[in-house]
Design a protein around this ligand. Structure first.
Ligand code: FE2
Ligand code: FE2
Length: 248
């Protein structure tokens, strides 16, 4: 279907860094995998801390559930769109770590997260792979992010498709805000990649007794526009269906 998506990284000029000064400074060469990153205690503490800040701010769940789901969907998006295993692995790692910047503040958490991940993985991940990962993390929010690579596009699509009632923290007694209502109303969400038709479709099932479809658009229009551009980076068209009806 498609060739590998990453720029010809091997060919690009790598500035010659000053040679290793000690044993630990030798350039990391291992393939970074989701399993390795999941086993990193520092990064796990970042995800927990980020979710605590989100809870303090009254946001929906942004912890390990969201991290693991985004990782898995980002990986699946790229493999189904015909990208190679290495690129898909980078997408799963970036997807897993994309929200760690929330442990500082919500504002600009993509950028702060990119810097945090850079420092946590700089001795463990080859620099070009790390650059791909941190740029995807830094560009995942619609306010100031763009799909800058296939890995970045996959993270955006995976993150924005996680709309589900299990993310709402509040009990039924508490007045939901519009974000809670839309998430709570979402009974199912599925991101379907059709490599033959070259489409990426977000299929949502919404309980319209809880939230009207219009409310979904009210808060998610910017996200859907970002998904459309992300799908284009994967040479696909983005589609949205709600309760079986095609809306975009
Ligand atoms: Fe985010
Ligand atoms: Fe997220």
């Amino acid at each position: 279907m498609k060739g590998t998506a990453e720029p010809a990284s091997k060919a690009s000029a790598q500035p010659a860094p000053s040679k290793a000064k000690d044993a630990s400074a030798s350039a990391p060469t291992d393939e970074v995998t989701l399993e390795r990153v999941q086993g990193n205690a520092e990064l796990s503490s970042f995800i927990s801390a980020a979710d605590r800040v989100m809870e303090g701010l009254g946001y929906t769940e942004h912890g390990f559930r969201h991290a693991n789901l985004t990782a898995r969907i980002a990986y699946n998006v790229l493999t189904r769109a015909g990208f190679d295993e290495h690129t898909a692995n980078l997408a799963s790692v970036a997807g897993y770590l994309h929200d760690v910047g929330n442990m500082l503040t919500r504002e600009a958490h993509g950028q702060t997260g990119g810097v945090l991940v850079y420092h946590a993985l700089r001795d463990q991940v080859p620099s070009q792979d790390l650059a791909t990962i941190v740029s995807a993390i830094a560009n995942h929010e619609e306010e100031n992010g763009y799909a800058v690579s296939p890995v970045s596009a996959a993270v955006i699509l995976a993150d924005k498709s996680d709309v589900h009632r299990s993310r709402v923290r509040k009990s039924g007694q508490i007045q939901f805000d519009i974000h809670d209502r839309v998430n709570f109303a979402a009974e199912q969400s599925f991101l379907r990649v059709d490599s033959a038709a070259k489409t990426v479709t977000l299929e949502l099932t919404i309980d319209t007794e809880i939230s009207q479809v219009m409310e979904y658009f009210e808060i998610f229009l910017g996200r859907m526009q970002m998904c459309r551009k992300a799908a284009e980076v994967l040479d696909c068209r983005f589609k949205l269906t709600i309760n079986g009806a095609e809306l975009a």
